[in-house]
Write a protein that binds this ligand. Structure first.
Ligand SMILES: [Zn+2]
Length: 238
């Protein structure tokens, strides 16, 4: 019992440390960005398009305890939207609840993805961050991984986000950001920078438990938003 309590305390301290580190990066990025926006960027400020993957009849991956990937994606996306507003950033959600598709027979995954790409493509200066969870047939694999579209800006944002996720939340994660497969619709059909973030594996029990925690979801959202804020000043220099 004593060790259980000690381990719980350790987990809590580590969690707060990660969150504090993520918050520090976020605040530093905000202060840098405010100076730049005040100077010239405000007129055509970028718009963060937050895509909570799957939804409605499409639950995405299903964890061993029955939790749907789509619900975790939405929870993280909504936290990211709140943080973006707090930091004075324009953002748009591709979905904000789980009730958009009510007719199972009429549901088409392809049409849904076409709609999500259109949300980003109708905006000028949109930056898409699509939020997902990973799944593997065995329970060992774990760790966040970012996939990026095939253009210099997406590569920059993808690598930056991966580095921040690793340094803030998962120092032992050896995964690298990778180019998204051409068959991945959203990253192949959006005009602006686009990344897809696999936040973790729902097939790994430890990671699944963390992904369900409010505090860990907030930490993930904070790191992704901080990466976006760090990325904005780079958009005109690449
Ligand atoms: Zn997914």
């Amino acid at each position: 019992m004593f060790y259980v309590i000690r381990l719980k305390k350790l987990g809590s301290v580590a969690g707060w440390f990660c969150f504090a580190l993520a918050a520090f990066i976020l605040l530093r990025a905000v202060s840098t960005l405010r100076v730049l926006q005040a100077a010239e960027l405000l007129a055509d400020a970028p718009v963060l398009v937050i895509d909570a993957g799957h939804g409605g009849f499409d639950g995405g991956a299903i964890a061993v305890n029955g939790v749907r990937e789509s619900d975790i994606n939405l929870a993280i996306a909504q936290k990211m939207e709140l943080l973006a507003a707090f930091c004075g950033q324009r953002s748009v959600m591709t979905r904000n609840d789980d009730s958009r598709r009510t007719d199972f027979l009429a549901y088409s995954e392809h049409e849904d993805l076409v709609y999500r790409a259109e949300v980003a493509n109708q905006l000028s200066n949109a930056v898409l961050v699509s939020i997902h969870q990973n799944f593997f047939p065995t329970t060992q694999p774990w760790g966040a991984q970012v996939l990026y579209a095939d253009d210099p800006l997406s590569i920059k944002l993808g690598k930056l986000t991966q580095e921040n996720l690793v340094s803030c939340l998962q120092p032992e994660n050896r995964r690298l950001a990778e180019p998204a497969l051409k068959t991945l619709y959203l990253t192949s059909h959006t005009n602006g920078p686009a990344i897809l973030v696999e936040c973790g594996f729902l097939s790994n029990y430890n990671e699944m438990e963390k992904l369900m925690q409010d505090s860990y979801q907030t930490a993930l959202a904070t790191v992704m938003l901080a990466s976006y804020l760090q990325f904005i000043p780079m958009m005109n220099s690449l």
